[in-house]
Design a protein around this ligand. Structure first.
Ligand code: AVI
Length: 321
C-alpha cells in the first residue's frame, strides 16, 4: 500500500530553489571555489548518475550489489522482524529491492526519503506495486536538513538503509554529525550502510573519470543547471571535468576546471576564473572498515559486523544504536 507523499514544506512548490541560489553564490564566492555535491542531482543529473552506475570502471554500485546479493540471508538474520526500513537519498531504489527480496515479509514499512520529488513519487508507486503487503510512506526532503518520519506508522524496529557510500560525499566531521542526526531523527535501532574502501589511485581515478565521459557529463550538468535555474552564463565548452585523487585526505575529488581566463555571471553577480582555476564540486571519501567504525562511533553507532565483496573493493556495515 502507498501512503501519501509527505513533503517537508507543503506550500512551496520549489522548496529548495532559494537554498540552491544561496549555496551556489556562496560556493562561487569562496576561495577555492566550491559547490555542494547535492546540487548535481537535478532530473538530468539523477539520470546521469544512474548511467554512471552502469559504466564499467565505476565499481561501487556493482560491488555493493554483489555484497547485498551474496550476504542477503545473513543480513536478514541480523535484522529481525517487523522492520521499518528508512532510506535517506533513496534515488531510483534499485538496491533496496535486493534487501526487500532478501528480507521477504520482514519489512512492514518502507520510508524512502529524497530531495527529487518526481523520482520519489515514481519510486513509491513502483515499490508499492512490487511489494503490495508492505506500506510505502515516501518523504520529500533533503536528508541533510531536518526531515520528519510520518508519525502514524505501525510499531516496528527501525532500520536505516544508507547504501552507495553516499556518506563518503560529506567531509568526515560532517559525515559523523549527519550519522548522529539520522540516528536521532529516525530513532533507528540499526544502520546498514555502504562504504567504499580506499584503493589504488588508477582504479579510483578511472571510476570517477570514465572513458565514456558519463561522469564528465554528470559534473558539467551542474553548470547547465546553474545556467537554467539561476540565469548563469557558463560556456560549457570552456570547462572540463577532472577527477583527482587526494591521498592525504583519502578521497577522490571532482573538479570543473576553466580552460581560460573568463568572467561568468550568475544571478546578476560576476565571478572571474583564471585559466586552470576550478570549482570543486564533490569529494568522495574512502574508508577502511576500521576507519569507518571510528567515524560512526563518534556518531553513537556501535559496530556490529561488516561484509566485503570478494575483491575487497566495497564494504557493507551493520551498526547498532
Ligand atoms: C553518490 N555518490 C556516492 C557517488 C560517489 O561515488 O561519490 C557520486 C559520484 N560522483 C561521481 N561518480 C559518482
Amino acid at each position: 500500500a502507498l501512503a501519501g507523499t509527505a513533503a517537508d514544506s507543503q506550500d512551496d512548490p520549489l522548496p529548495f530553489q532559494d537554498d540552491f541560489a544561496s549555496s551556489v553564490l556562496e560556493g562561487l564566492s569562496a576561495s577555492p571555489k566550491t559547490a555542494e555535491p547535492k546540487w548535481l542531482y537535478d532530473a538530468l543529473g539523477a539520470k546521469l548518475f544512474e548511467a554512471i552506475c552502469e559504466v564499467d570502471t565505476y565499481y561501487p554500485t556493482r560491488n555493493e550489489m554483489t555484497v547485498l546479493a551474496d550476504r542477503a540471508g545473513e543480513i536478514a538474520g541480523h535484522l529481525g522482524n517487523d522492520i521499518i526500513l528508512i532510506e535517506p537519498g533513496s534515488g531510483e531504489g534499485i538496491k533496496v529491492r535486493y534487501l526487500l527480496d532478501a528480507l521477504g515479509g520482514q519489512v512492514t514499512v518502507y520510508v524512502p526519503v529524497d530531495i527529487a520529488a518526481e523520482q520519489l513519487v515514481y519510486l513509491g508507486e513502483t515499490i508499492s506495486a512490487a511489494y503490495p503487503d508492505m506500506l510505502v510512506a515516501p518523504v520529500v526532503a533533503d536528508f541533510t536538513g531536518t526531515f520528519e518520519i510520518p508519525a502514524d506508522l505501525p510499531p516496528g524496529r527501525r532500520v536505516l538503509f544508507f547504501p552507495g557510500s553516499t556518506i563518503g560525499n560529506f567531509e568526515p566531521e560532517v559525515a559523523s554529525e549527519l550519522l548522529k542526526r539520522l540516528r536521532e531523527e529516525s530513532r533507528a535501532d540499526a544502520l546498514l550502510i555502504g562504504i567504499d574502501t580506499c584503493k589504488d589511485e588508477d582504479r579510483l581515478v578511472a571510476a570517477y573519470d570514465d572513458p565514456v565521459g558519463v561522469t564528465a557529463a554528470f559534473n558539467k550538468n551542474l553548470l547547465n543547471r546553474i545556467n537554467r535555474e539561476l540565469d548563469g552564463t557558463f560556456d560549457l565548452d570552456t570547462f572540463h571535468h577532472e577527477a583527482r585523487f587526494n591521498p592525504d585526505r583519502s578521497r577522490v575529488e571532482m573538479h570543473l576546471v576553466s580552460d581560460r581566463d573568463q568572467t561568468v555571471e550568475v544571478w546578476g553577480r560576476r565571478f572571474s576564473f583564471s585559466q586552470g582555476e576550478s570549482i570543486h564540486t564533490e569529494s568522495s571519501h574512502k574508508y577502511s572498515p576500521e576507519e569507518f567504525q571510528v567515524l560512526a562511533g563518534r556518531a553513537g553507532w556501535r559496530p556490529d559486523t561488516y561484509w566485503k565483496d570478494s575483491d575487497g573493493l566495497f564494504s557493507l556495515h551493520l551498526l547498532k544504536a
